[in-house]
Design a protein around this ligand. Sequence first.
Ligand SMILES: Nc1ncnc2c1ncn2[C@@H]1O[C@H](COP(=O)(O)OP(=O)(O)OP(=O)(O)O)[C@@H](O)[C@H]1O
Length: 681
Amino acid sequence: MKLIDSIEKIKGIGPKKKKEFKKMGIETIEDLICFYPRTYQDRTKIKKISDCRDGEYTGIIAKVIGNGMNIRVNNRNLIITKVSIENNGVIGEAIWYNKPFMKNILKIGKKYYLYGKINKRFYRIQIVSPDYKIIEDQKFIEPEILPIYSTTSYLNQKEIRRYVRFTLDEMKGNIQEYLPDIIRKKYRLCEINFALENIHFPKDKEHYKIAKKRLIFDEFFSIQMALFLIKEQNKQQEKGIILKSTLELEKFIQQLPFQLTNAQNRVVEEIKKDFISGKIMNRLVQGDVGSGKTIIAAISLFIAYLNGYQGAMMAPTEILAIQHYVTLEKLYKNFGIRMLLLTGNMKPSEKKESIKKIRKGEVDIVIGTHAIIQENIEFFKLGLVITDEQHRFGVKQRAQLSNKGKNPHIMIMTATPIPRTLSFILYGDLDISIIDELPPGRKKVKTYQISSNLEEKLYSFVKEQIQMGRQAYIVCPLIEESENMEAYSITTLAQKLKKKYFCTEKIELIHGKMKNTQKQEIMQQFKQGNIDILLSTTIIEVGVDVPNASIMVIQNAERFGLAQLHQLRGRIGRGNSQSYCFLVTNKNNEIVNKRMKTMTDTNDGFIIAEKDLMMRGPGDFLGVRQHGLPEFKIANIFRDMNILKMTQKACKEVYEMKEKSTLEEYILKKFEKKLDQVILN
Ligand SMILES: Nc1ncnc2c1ncn2[C@@H]1O[C@H](COP(=O)(O)OP(=O)(O)OP(=O)(O)O)[C@@H](O)[C@H]1O
């Protein structure tokens, strides 16, 4: 029997059962062995009937003291079987539903071990649908811990247990240990065969703990190692384009309207180093909202340009693409760089012309949405692709990026802070640079949770601030599904605000239903200070940069996740004046209050991300499918953080070991499925 064999090799599994197992994702011997129990029946736990608590699962040893009875419940098509039992002078009963045959199975006068759920009814103790085992001739049963699997109604626990037992016996000691001894010793990990045996049939709790640790380690290790190998392979596979920095770059940096922060300088140095390393750069630049990532992109694209290469930069929305275009155009004003904005909104003839220019090399820098990689656009000489990711790319899409042109350097920018532990799993294939410093002069945004009955006070404060020359955002969540409703609900709010509070201020709306040109015009007007209040749906959430805007009012704040609230708040506090964020909510429950408190307590995106992760769990935090975060069978990123950290170290150590070549092959094969999971997302 081999791990890759079909489960049909197991005695008793035919086509019907095979189909049933397939529903549970089990097709091979390996799948079955790695189908870990959901929980366990602890048969070492034996209680007296008198000590049993209602609702608990436990084992008891009891003597059958009466013949079984079948009771038919007429109107429910149900047969209840009851058997009277006794232990230590206390009488109880074992009951089963729709298993009339049980009546004759338990024999009067014999002692049994029974394991099941306890029900306390009318002072009578029942054990419901218990597993049973006869205790022969007063001999005490051997203690055991039995696995309980998640199963379909067709396959029962006993059957699955039997198949797993059979498979483990067949495979006994034959599963190849792939972790080097030295690593196992260092991290105190048991051998793989021992782990698999004891995760299914633990000898005792200690054995179970040891097995579990090893398998959690394996799960994290496999994914991280696979990503790590992709990273190393990427580096070795092709020759990276050499992009040198020249004096012209210094000139460019010196004429910027501000001095780079230390963090920005450090990241620029990391990128410069990649550019001349002869390897392809695959770098994630991570920085909190407003930390100044755009300038890093501008500098990197400038270096590509200096070396005669084209650069492309992609944004997640058109508003942002336009904003980047306008910002970069200003920065590059004196340097004769030919720029092009590519949007989905262009006329076909215009688009055709643009694509031609890109192919012929008549354009140096292309800015657009992700359509740049999705569409059939050929570059003349592409040296660098930058994408403003916002978590929307998995490993596979990243690979798509490098297929544009001849292995260009890749840079991914992300604003949403990702807890470090998670970023290893999501971005283990990338090098990571972190901008951990905000530009000087930024003041902490003051954040308040308020209920809507304080609206009048709130808007009079907003009015005062506007009179002082500031600008404000008011964000309404999309309450209805339809876009028409979206337009409607903020239009009505705008009318109310104009009439009641802001008769003299200039209010404009922006929402998803508008044409791009219209959105662009409004954003431009807001940026130039011609609009006082921008009433918006969440389309302004990502990346919008208007430093003079210092007020953010978020209506129905309870409808947003922490990460989104942080993004929204990140639209203010980008200039030197004091900024204020108001989270308006009438919901008053523990979860909402906890979330709002996190926002009012801190401005630090990393802390907020950790809290979000803690409150929602990693799946919800990033959306498992959407963000390429694999689902784990036994590991839990949160609970098992310590083991995760261990694997991060171990990956590097294992990789550096001599036996790496066989290891690589084996790991890649063994974890192909998981890798697929990661890559396909
Ligand atoms: N070193 C600096 N000194 C002063 N201002 C800076 C500096 N770097 C960037 N800025 C300014 O800070 C603002 C925020 O920068 P940018 O838009 O690049 O942020 P970001 O990191 O992209 O943030 P977000 O993720 O929220 O979009 C901009 O107005 C930019 O001009």
